[in-house]
Design a protein around this ligand. Structure first.
Ligand code: SOE
Length: 395
């Protein structure tokens, strides 16, 4: 089996998730190529001595800064797991160096950056330019997508979804880069809203073309300087830095006429990592919660008072199953091994891994439309990924 040299940029918890996922994918499946992490690095000013020594990187060379990593001819695939504002420079340089690129979500902290990344990726069609919306690779979510696409609930009319976390309530989170609009973008809208927006489009089979909503900076987390006073934040769109919303409640309109309501918060006590959705069709509904991530609920009849049927998504013919007998559930980290399997397979077969940078830029277009909608109080049009590449502008 041929080897593929991997470089990991970043030493935060997502970098470790991906390092472990590559090893897990190797243990779980007969991969078409053998991923070998050859090098890793931290922030540009991080000396090698400060880098972690994780067991899964025991054979990898620690480097000072990502430029040295991109110069290594033995690196074929670069994972970018750094603060959102640094994604554009690293990913564009990696593509220019002829590397396949996997970028953590959101693609960028501003639409101008993600448009540039998508355009550069479109100019290098032989290279993978992938975005880490890992929840597409939760078996139960992919089964829901397939059931919706197969017409099991009729034409999908509305999605009611949420991504709720509570860590923003802890003062211990003060000062982390996810709270700094200059590094992270639009706060929870960019961090976890990007997942929810991507999933909503993936499940509904249509892109979001218009957004309305409200949002708030509800804690000391997100305001510059940690004051909590929103007046210090520049305008959400076009200002020096985005407004780092802690909460957002969005209404969305899809290209196919369907609608959605999306609830996003990192100040939601009672929800450690609460991603959930209910898709309502003309003949039924389907529902999921990450807190019961191997289950799916379907409502297609009201006969005899029936409400929901429960599926336990661990059968051998369910997506990304087969490692163990039915009834052995997967966990959050397995979705990254599923992602690695599909990315390495796409590289080996010269197929295109989805979601791509164009998909990521389109999601960032919806995020920026949401920020404009919150600021303006009215509906805002969302940019489409392809338009971004062709015209390098938002609509
Ligand atoms: C936020 O805390 C976060 O780590 C996101 O950045 C991840 O994408 C999500 O999977 C878990 O929560």
């Amino acid at each position: 089996m041929s080897e593929i040299g991997v470089g990991i940029v970043g030493t935060g918890f997502m970098a470790r998730v991906h390092a472990q996922a590559l090893a897990a994918a190797e243990r779980t499946w007969s991969l078409p190529v053998h991923p070998r992490v050859r090098a890793y690095c931290g922030r540009p000013d991080s000396p090698v001595s400060s880098l972690p020594s994780w067991p899964e990187l025991a054979d990898a060379q620690p480097l000072e800064g990502w430029r040295a990593l991109l110069e290594d001819p033995a690196i074929d695939l670069c994972y970018v797991c750094t603060p959102n504002a640094s994604h554009a420079e690293i990913c564009v340089r990696a593509l220019e160096a002829g590397k396949h690129v996997f970028c953590e979500k959101p693609l960028a902290h501003r639409l101008t950056d993600s448009s540039r990344m998508a355009a550069r990726a479109a100019a290098a069609p032989a290279l993978q330019a992938a975005v880490g919306f890992n929840y597409r690779r939760v078996p139960a979510i992919d089964l829901a997508r397939a059931m919706i696409a197969a017409g099991d609930i009729g034409a999908p009319r509305h999605i009611c979804g949420g991504y709720l976390q509570d860590w923003g309530l802890d003062r211990s989170a003060l000062g982390i880069w996810r709270a700094d609009p200059a590094q992270a973008g639009y706060g929870a809208l960019s961090d976890i809203g990007s997942h929810l927006i991507d999933l909503a489009q993936h499940l509904m089979g249509s892109t979001i073309v218009a957004v309305a909503g409200t949002g708030a900076v509800g804690s000391t987390l997100a305001a510059p300087g940690g004051s909590g006073d929103r007046s210090e934040c520049t305008s959400a769109y076009g200002g020096a830095a985005p407004v780092a919303y802690d909460d957002a409640a969005l209404l969305v309109r899809f290209d196919n006429g369907a609608s959605g309501s999306l609830d996003i918060s990192r100040l939601a006590s009672g929800h450690r990592n609460g991603l959930h959705f209910e898709v309502r069709g003309c003949e039924g509904s389907i529902a999921f919660s990450l807190e019961r991530m191997n289950e799916l609920e379907l409502s297609v009849t009201r006969a005899r008072g029936e409400t929901w049927r429960r599926f336990y998504v661990t059968e051998r013919d369910h997506p990304w199953q087969g490692r163990w007998p039915p009834g052995h559930p997967l966990s959050w980290e397995h979705t990254f091994a599923n992602q690695a399997l599909d990315l390495l397979t796409a590289i080996a077969t010269d197929d295109t891994f989805h979601p791509t940078f164009a998909d990521g830029a389109q999601v960032d277009g919806v995020i920026e439309a949401a920020a404009r909608a919150i600021e303006s109080g009215g509906w805002q049009a969302a940019a489409r990924g392809q338009a971004l590449i062709n015209n390098r502008q938002t609509v």
